[in-house]
Design a binder for this molecule. Structure first.
Ligand SMILES: Cc1cc2nc3c(=O)[nH]c(=O)nc-3n(C[C@H](O)[C@H](O)[C@H](O)COP(=O)(O)OP(=O)(O)OC[C@H]3O[C@@H](n4cnc5c(N)ncnc54)[C@H](O)[C@@H]3O)c2cc1C
Length: 393
């Protein structure tokens, strides 16, 4: 086999796998369909740096270590203490504290794991009461983007819930400049290592680009079409999004969890003033779309949430845009499933899969990073015929 690796897709997974493979020696070529790299990590240009969705990293795992060791996540934004005002919507009113039942779920001494085979709503209701279970599922929708998070595997949801709401040490990180900056750094590192980057190159047939092992680092739907493999499917979220810049007002919340309906509101300029003009604040809000609900209806619910969390926002708005994310917010595991059941990284015949819907642990972007590292490791081994020299991650 020729010692050349092909990567298809120039988002987080494609760039991480290209860098990791190139660091081990082989020549790497990366093909990206768009004119710019970044995938879902792209953002709008200054002065309003709004992301397609992804904003945060968590520093409690190997995904962060890999990025940090290469200087990719240098410069973390921290909000001023006086700006950190949380909100919880309950019974259509904005409150400053969560309900007692919910608060009990985050106390120390709670179980570390939950059953894989049971749904989260049933498991959490039996332990903490139905209302607390519902509030918890709606709160963690900030990460699942799914209107019925209670139907997912208890093990899957509980792990997310504990990482977000009850971490041993707070691990959420906002990199100054946002995800786009991290992706620019990854691109620079890939070029420095000699990765050949072919943008504006949508690959429709593997035979057109194959010189050795291939890493398909596209969204799962594109991988399904490219590999002609209908089994490449997994559950993901569906939500409407609203990016909103307003003239600053001290009543604005930093973060609000909508415990009634699963909506979420977060300010991104309080911790990183570089992403909005002086005197303005930039928010992203989202609302999960219910089964059978129209996006117009979900959007109306999202607008109502924005009215609640940003008082008088209609008179203060300076910039906004709306969006929808369906099937592209990362993998969700149903009862009976774990990450090991997702589409495998190794597809056979020198083809490997990377992305946020494949068999690797973590959540969202972390799945993309870990699967990319595994795909790169296997591709290097396939390419050189020897166990690769990559550092263990
Ligand atoms: C609303 C929302 C919020 C999110 N929030 C977070 C968050 O806070 N933290 C987090 O970790 N993650 C978050 N995520 C998830 C995160 O954005 C993704 O996990 C990550 O960006 C996935 O990267 P990827 O490289 O796997 O896929 P992508 O970013 O989708 O990259 C795939 C690339 O492949 C290219 N491509 C597709 N088909 C072809 C082809 N045939 N030929 C060539 N190129 C092709 C595409 O153009 C694209 O550039 C969020 C996602 C959304 C939508």
């Amino acid at each position: 086999m020729k010692s050349e690796i092909t990567v298809i897709g120039g988002g987080l997974a494609g760039l991480v796998s290209a860098i990791s493979a190139a660091e081990a020696g082989p020549r790497v070529t990366l093909y990206e369909a768009h004119s710019t790299l970044g995938g879902r990590g792209r953002s709008t240009p200054v002065p309003y740096v709004a992301h397609e969705g992804a904003h945060v990293f968590y520093s409690d795992g190997p995904w962060w270590t890999w990025l940090a060791e290469r200087g990719m996540v240098a410069g973390v934004g921290v909000p001023r203490a006086r700006d950190v005002r949380f909100g919880f919507v309950r019974n259509e009113r904005l409150r400053t504290a969560p309900p007692l039942g919910f608060a009990r779920m985050v106390l120390p001494g709670r179980p570390r794991t939950a059953p894989v085979d049971q749904d989260f709503h049933g498991w959490a209701s039996a332990r903490y009461g139905e209302s607390a279970a519902r509030a918890a599922a709606n709160a963690i929708t900030a990460v699942t983007y799914d209107a019925d998070t209670g139907r997912l595997s208890a093990a899957f949801v509980w792990e997310l819930f504990r990482r977000v709401f009850a971490p041993t040490v707070p691990s959420v990180r906002w990199v100054v400049g946002g995800w786009q900056r991290v992706l620019h750094r990854l691109e620079a590192r890939a070029r420095e290592l000699g990765v050949r980057i072919e943008s504006n190159s949508r690959i429709t047939d593997l035979a057109d680009v194959r010189g050795g092992p291939v890493i398909v680092a596209t969204e799962l739907a594109s991988a399904r079409a490219l590999l002609g493999d209908d089994s490449l499917r997994w559950t993901s979220g569906h939500c409407v999004l609203l990016d909103l810049a307003v003239r600053r007002d001290r009543r604005d919340r930093f973060i609000t969890f909508d415990l009634d309906a699963g909506g979420f509101h977060e300010c991104y300029s309080m911790q990183d003033p570089t992403i909005a003009p002086r005197g303005e604040s930039l928010f992203q809000l989202d609302m999960p779309v219910r089964q059978g609900e129209s996006t117009a209806s979900a959007r109306a619910r999202l607008e109502a949430l924005a009215d609640l969390t940003l008082p008088g926002r209609r008179e203060r708005v300076t910039w906004q845009r709306s969006g929808t994310a369906k099937g592209r917010t990362g993998a969700l595991d149903l009862p009976g499933q774990t990450w090991r059941d997702r589409p495998a990284v190794e597809r056979g015949d020198g083809v490997f899969l990377a992305g946020d819907m494949v068999a690797a642990p973590g959540m969202r972007g972390e799945i993309a990073i870990l699967s990319a590292l595994q795909a790169a490791e296997s591709a290097v081994t396939a390419c050189t015929g020897t166990p690769n020299l990559l550092r263990k991650h």
